[in-house]
Design a protein around this ligand. Structure first.
Ligand code: COA
Length: 345
């Protein structure tokens, strides 16, 4: 059975930056509080009329097609992880399929909040490993600004917009090795959006009560996130006999720098081996992990042991162990990206 390997990475980030200082003008907060409590300096916001999550996904997917010279007709499957689809249906994956001209692909959306990309990656990998497909696009994207209450200082400071995509292809040696995925629905109440689904369809009342915005009990989520994300990352490392020294990079969901640090500690690695870009993009929900891979691509070499880890609403959480399949420094533009990342860090 071949492995399912990540063989290309693409991204899209809106140009508009919303800094902590911009937020100071909207809510009672300050740059120092946000930086010390979360690690975030600024986030990107999509402010182009008529453009939303599917647009960001299509741009990320197109970057992969262009970079690798792949005909869109070669794509077999598109899985989009998101909690902010353009609409409830058609699925974002269908919109992306049409936009990029992937006329032979099927696809679907997967809703698992901040763990969405990891769960989608596992799903996509099975279609490669079984031989059903040769090219699967897995995209994590969210336009969190569309469900943010910019009068609620406890949530609007955290989230941003962005998309990351990876291509999965069969590989003889490298690719996804193992995963631990979990959900606990009893935590659902702590991080949710109440209206817009079948329980509370949009009405004047839901609008008046601000039920179309994300609600979070930050302290509760923080507690579960630290335990959950660090627990599964340590578990997947242990059962594959990986010590801190064996791991080239930990790629954590970018929710809060303190949660990231706790996870790195538990896995036994220092910050130099952790991909962190929360300072520049905030929490893009499904987008964080592929956006990290994009920024650090030039550092990655065949055989590198990588652990991805996430925690999100639901609750959902998981960790994935994979070995990297290609020399990222050979990808056009990757070294420049890495340089920018280092300079901005
Ligand atoms: N600016 C200034 N003060 C703020 C603030 C803001 N943006 N947001 C909250 N505060 C205040 C609170 O009102 C509280 O004041 P009080 O002590 O007078 O009641 C105080 O700061 C501490 O609030 P608390 O909620 O305990 O802060 P915290 O250290 O837990 O940080 C979060 C808040 C949201 C940053 C943190 O809980 C967190 O990151 N949680 C997890 C979020 C997450 O990961 N979500 C995505 C899931 S994947």
């Amino acid at each position: 059975m071949p492995r399912a390997a990540i063989t290309a990475v693409g991204h899209f980030l809106p140009e508009t930056k919303m800094t902590n200082f911009d937020l100071e003008k909207l809510v009672d907060t300050n740059d120092e509080w946000i930086r010390t409590r979360t690690g975030i300096r600024e986030r990107r916001i999509l402010r182009e009329p008529g453009k939303a999550t599917a647009y960001m996904c299509s741009r990320a997917a197109q970057e992969i097609l262009d970079q690798r010279g792949i005909d869109p007709e070669e794509i077999d499957l598109i899985i989009v992880a998101t909690v902010t689809p353009d609409m409830l249906f058609p699925a974002t994956a269908c919109l992306v399929q049409h936009e990029i001209g992937a006329t032979n692909a099927w696809g679907y959306d997967l809703s698992a909040a901040c763990s969405g990309f990891l769960f989608a990656l596992s799903a996509g990998a099975r279609f490669i490993e079984t031989g059903a497909h040769k090219k699967v696009l897995v995209i994590g994207a969210d336009m969190m600004s569309s469900i943010m209450d910019y009068t609620d200082r406890t949530t609007c400071i955290i989230f941003g917009d962005g998309a990351g995509a990876v291509l999965l292809e069969p590989h003889e040696e490298h690719g996804l090795v193992d995963f631990v995925h979990k959900v606990d629905g009893s935590g659902g109440e702590h991080l949710r959006m109440d209206a817009g689904g079948s329980l509370h369809p949009a009405s004047h009342e839901t609008i008046d009560k601000k039920m179309h915005y994300l609600i979070q009990e930050g302290r509760q989520v923080f507690k579960f996130a630290v335990k959950g994300m660090s627990g599964v990352a340590a578990e997947v490392a242990k059962r594959n006999n990986l010590s801190g020294d064996d791991i080239k990079y930990l790629v954590p969901h970018q929710a809060n720098l303190r949660i990231i640090d706790a996870t790195a500690n538990r896995v036994g690695i220092g910050r130099d081996k952790v991909m962190i870009n929360i300072d520049r993009y905030g929490n893009t929900t499904s987008g964080t992990i592929p956006l990290c891979l994009y920024d650090w691509e030039a550092e990655l070499r065949p055989g590198d042991n990588i652990i991805l880890a996430a925690f999100g609403g639901g609750f959902t959480w998981g960790a994935t162990y994979l070995t990297w399949a290609y020399d990222g420094s050979q990808v056009p533009g990757a070294l420049e990206r890495q340089q920018n990342t280092l300079e901005e860090a």
